[in-house]
Design a binder for this molecule. Structure first.
Ligand SMILES: [Zn+2]
Length: 376
């Protein structure tokens, strides 16, 4: 069953609505919260957690081996950090988990053509899985998107549409075009976050079914936050755990509608006059599930925080010196580890998890220009 987060109306599982007629976001209602005995131990990657996914027949899925990424222990200036290397997913970003779930569901529902809009990574992933599923796809991206991501979309056979202006202009153009084709926006989709949540189940299993104290997640639309929260709230509902790890949702100061709302203690994202940021993957001024993201962070006892361009770039360089070559968007976790430690929000002796969301190889052009002209 699908339900509207805003008005509570319910819809049949086979519905192809991408949002409620009232304008609210739709969620898939989990029939049974996930538990340890639901793990399909014969499977690899995210399909170990297939019992938690909105799919009728996960065994007949299309897949490129998404999930199953390493969790490696490390040290960050005295902090004990487990790096979750989700940039090693097949298309180079964690988005593969959510898109694999979304595209397989749309394939079950008989969708043959779709439109997606993306800052780049979700579009690359969508083009890849649509190619596998035999679904035609048109991907709308902002004009500033890294070349690596655009070339990837084209290589997978996606039709690339570059829209001048902001990420929000891109969404509006895609919504308009979608009056004729199915709009598979991963941010609006009721299925995407359920694929994403598998990274959290995976972390839990990789830690020997122990809980971390806190997790650090880059946040634009906030799908990592929603996926993480969904997973751990399911585990709590099934009696596997009795507390929630603190979620730190990380935004660039240049585009921080959620951090501002958190600071002002409001329930919905604040209007934000955004500026350009090197963290292009989390440059979302109007997160469509912002209310849910803020609520999830608050329930966990964590926070939404914002970081300067300079701090994000420093984070990139420090991560690279640890052999972790990620895109500048992901480097915001480096900025956060430094600043939240100094602020006393993260402490030595705590068990921290930091998600690295996208590969640096996709952003070569952007990284090269930043080396020549770093943020002040
Ligand atoms: Zn509604």
């Amino acid at each position: 069953m699908l339900h509207c987060v805003q008005c509570g109306k319910t819809f049949d599982e086979s519905s192809l609505l991408w949002r409620c007629p009232c304008g609210g976001v739709l969620d898939w209602t989990v029939p049974e919260p996930f538990k340890r005995s639901s793990i399909r131990t014969e499977e690899t990657g995210m399909w170990r957690y297939a019992a938690s996914l909105p799919l009728d027949s996960p065994d007949s899925r299309v897949s490129t081996g998404e999930g199953g990424t390493p969790l490696i222990p490390g040290d960050w200036n005295g902090l004990s950090v487990f790096w979750k290397l989700d940039f090693l997913c097949p298309t180079g970003s964690y988005k593969d988990r959510g898109i694999a779930c979304l595209v397989n569901r749309l394939r079950e529902l008989g969708v043959r053509e779709l439109i997606e809009d993306s800052s780049g990574n979700a579009g690359s992933s969508m083009a890849a899985y649509c190619a596998l599923a035999g679904i035609g796809c048109k991907i709308y991206v902002p004009g500033y998107t890294s070349e690596g991501k655009c070339v990837q979309i084209l290589s997978y056979g996606g039709e690339l549409v570059r829209i001048p202006g902001t990420r929000e202009d891109t969404s509006r153009a895609a919504e308009k075009a979608a009056s004729e084709t199915y709009y598979a926006s991963h941010n609006w989709s009721p299925y995407f976050a359920h694929g994403v949540k598998t990274f959290a189940f995976e972390v839990w299993e990789q830690l020997g079914f122990q809980l971390p104290d806190a997790v650090l997640l880059p946040a634009g639309q906030g799908s990592l936050v929603l996926g993480w929260a969904q997973a751990f709230e399911e585990l709590r509902a099934s009696g596997e755990i009795d507390r929630l790890p603190r979620i730190y949702a990380l935004q660039p100061e240049n585009c921080a509608p959620l951090a501002l709302a958190f600071e002002k203690r409001t329930d919905a994202p604040e209007p934000f006059p955004k500026k350009e940021t090197i963290a292009e993957g989390i440059s979302s001024a109007e997160p469509v599930r912002g209310v849910q993201v803020l609520s999830a962070v608050r329930r966990s006892g964590g926070a939404v925080r914002a970081f300067s361009e300079r701090a994000i770039w420093d984070g990139f360089n420090k991560l690279a010196l640890k052999g972790l070559y990620v895109e500048p968007t992901s480097a915001i976790v480096g900025a956060a580890l430094d600043e939240l430690r100094n602020a006393g929000e993260l402490r030595e002796g705590e068990r921290l998890v930091a998600l690295l969301s996208g590969s640096g190889l996709k952003a070569t052009d952007k990284i090269l220009s930043l080396i020549g002209n770093p943020p002040a």
